[in-house]
Design a protein around this ligand. Structure first.
Ligand SMILES: *[C@@H]1O[C@H](CO)[C@@H](O)[C@H](O)[C@H]1NC(C)=O
Ligand SMILES: *[C@@H]1O[C@H](CO)[C@@H](O)[C@H](O)[C@H]1NC(C)=O
Length: 198
């Protein structure tokens, strides 16, 4: 069974508060090959890519800096509609909404994980109810989840990439959104996992 652990920054994140006007762009196929002379600092977003010898691409990439949504597949419009907007629906004074983003349709809730908090010692799992926009901070799974990272929704469960810590390797677990029961799906691949969310 394959799980794709998608790590994406939730739109709850504070960074997007002052986002620019929204336009939607289809990403054109010519971006598949950027030529031999492109550079992108590894931790910078796609829009920071420098391309010297592909004018179409450099033109396009420059525009990305003012976009909030990129449409890679037309089916995305079924989710965001034709006129999406970004608004802050919850905030806190720490990086409570950093990764994850697993929508559980049955309860209309999105689960997500914080950045490392408390001096790098823990990561919280929280959820937001999309009916009320009420956040349940720091929900407590039945068994500890050591540094949750990316998440995915599958079969009504929250599938979580777990980073592990020290000698305890990473794993992929499922969390029952109601009972909070944790089930390990895989904790090694011929040995050990190192941060499966990455
Ligand atoms: C590649 O990039 C460098 C640095 O920006 C530039 O000096 C050089 O002319 C570029 N080469 C080509 C073939 O575009
Ligand atoms: C944070 O953790 C580091 C490394 O363990 C430690 O040296 C430092 O004293 C801690 N800082 C605080 C404010 O607890």
């Amino acid at each position: 069974m394959k799980f794709y652990c998608i790590s994406f920054v939730l739109i709850l994140n504070l960074y997007l508060v002052n986002a620019s006007p929204i336009q939607i762009k289809n990403v054109p196929p010519y971006l598949s090959v950027l030529g031999s002379n492109f550079t992108r600092p590894i931790l910078e977003p796609f829009a920071s890519t420098q391309v010297d010898d592909n004018t179409d691409a450099s033109h396009f990439i420059k525009k990305l800096k003012s976009e909030n949504f990129l449409v890679y597949n037309h089916k995305f419009y079924d989710i965001i509609g034709r006129n999406p907007k970004i608004e802050v629906i919850a905030s806190a004074d720490y990086a409570f909404a950093h990764e994850g983003g697993a929508y559980i349709a049955k309860f209309n809730e999105v689960f997500f994980s914080s950045n490392r908090i408390d001096n790098n010692t823990k990561i919280q799992i929280s959820k937001i109810n999309l009916e009320t926009n009420e956040v349940s901070f720091n929900i407590t799974p039945k068994e500890p989840i050591l540094f949750a990272n990316g998440m995915y929704s599958y079969d009504g469960k929250v599938i979580i990439c777990v980073q592990g810590q020290g000698n305890i390797g990473g794993s992929i677990v499922s969390l029952d959104p109601k009972t909070k029961k944790v089930t390990t799906i895989v904790d090694n691949f011929f040995g050990k996992f190192v941060q499966p969310g990455k």
